[in-house]
Design a protein around this ligand. Structure first.
Ligand code: AMP
Ligand code: MG
Length: 358
């Protein structure tokens, strides 16, 4: 064989097999991705409906937390029902259980959950009270290092929900201890941060190895997202919790000083922070422990974890250790969380360690 045909064949094979492997990778978890998106969209819709019915029209006293409870239960019932239909063998770790909805004491809450849940489901999807309770309790899995399971936070950022601020419905698929798929619905996050008064309701999705995407609730077309380009931490903006009890604001401001950051922090509830940095609205996520005893829950970080990596970022705990999703319902081997574009991550980690070691 001559040299030219040999090279031609070589390159043909190389590109052909790369193409085949690209296509087969993109179809990995395709059904899970599509079911998770539908589940999160419907659960987000129920949260919006609860907000309209129970919070916005102020039928409740100011400090009544029950709307968030109704939304939490309804969202978990919806997501678990979708998962059960499509993947009956998959266990689920969900934040809620049905205890408070059972018996005579739970009747009023149960009826509200029943009515609001069915209010967003199609006629052929409607659930009985019993089906709702059972669906919620499918979220009782203990987790662990082997096999597949889902992790669900039906409403992350309950305080944000009540304030009319940011909250997120967060669903992730964990396989052998590694998050492979993350879907987040953020009903109050603008589709474009540069147009804060524009359309709201953004869905984020990432599958490991396939990139990170966002789309409006109202359209199926997805757009690829990526961290903002940044090579000097002094130009960065960081995100932190609104609640000082969830992440130390004092330590964050010392870290910002060390990094030369002058821009004010963005305080935001929920995993919407992960979404914001993954699409370049801000650059750094800081979750700095406020106590030695608190352990992070996997549903608060699983979907954000894969979104960050797929958008070109890096995420670890405050000691630079990867988050370990293989040990059950909590991240008991980790402490806090930090994330940023991979390009500035080493500088971020060293500033975090300097401040926290003091
Ligand atoms: P965020 O909206 O980012 O402040 O996070 C909300 C989540 O913080 C809730 O879903 C809780 O699970 C979690 N949380 C509750 N207490 C703490 C704490 N002491 N430290 C860190 N996170 C907490
Ligand atoms: Mg949460």
């Amino acid at each position: 064989m001559g040299v030219v045909p040999f090279f031609f064949l070589f390159y043909f094979h190389f590109f052909f097999f790369s193409f085949v492997s690209f296509v087969s990778n993109m179809s990995l978890y395709a059904k899970e991705r599509s079911v998770a998106i539908q589940a999160v969209l419907q659960a987000s819709k129920v949260c919006q409906s609860v907000f309209q019915h129970l919070v916005a029209n102020e039928t409740l006293t100011k400090n009544d937390k029950s709307p968030v409870t109704v939304a939490d239960f309804s969202a978990q019932a919806i997501v678990n029902t979708y998962l059960q239909k499509a993947f009956p063998q998959d266990p689920i770790i969900g934040e809620e259980d049905s205890k408070d909805l059972r018996g005579e004491e739970g009747r009023i809450l149960r009826e509200k959950v029943h009515a609001l849940t069915n209010g967003v489901l199609q006629d052929n999807e409607k659930l009985s009270e019993d089906q709702i309770l059972q669906a919620i309790d499918r979220g009782n899995y203990a987790g662990g290092p082997q096999g597949r399971h889902w992790a669900l936070d039906p409403i992350d950022g309950t305080k944000g929900f009540l304030r009319g601020g940011q909250y997120a419905v967060c669903l992730a698929l964990i396989v052998d201890g590694v998050v492979q798929l993350g879907v987040m619905g953020t009903p109050n996050l603008p589709i474009d941060a540069r147009q804060p008064d524009g359309e709201k309701g953004t869905l984020f999705v990432a599958v490991r190895g396939q990139g990170a995407f966002q789309r409006p609730f109202s359209q199926e077309k997805e757009t690829k997202i990526h961290f903002a380009d940044i090579d000097d931490t002094k130009n960065a903006t960081f995100c932190e919790s609104v609640e000082a009890g969830h992440s130390s604001h004092d330590d964050a401001s010392s870290i910002a000083k060390l990094l030369g950051i002058t821009r004010p922090s963005i305080r935001m509830d929920s995993q919407a922070k992960y979404c914001s940095i993954a699409r370049g609205d801000a650059d750094i996520y800081l979750r700095l422990p406020t106590s030695k005893t608190y352990v992070e829950k996997i549903w608060d970080h699983a979907s954000g974890n894969v979104l960050i990596t797929e958008a070109g970022g890096k995420i670890t705990d405050v000691n630079g250790q990867p988050l370990d999703f293989s040990i059950g319902r909590t991240l008991s081997k980790n402490s806090g969380v930090i994330a940023s574009n991979a390009s500035i991550f080493d500088s971020l980690l060293s500033a975090v360690q300097k401040v926290l070691q003091k």
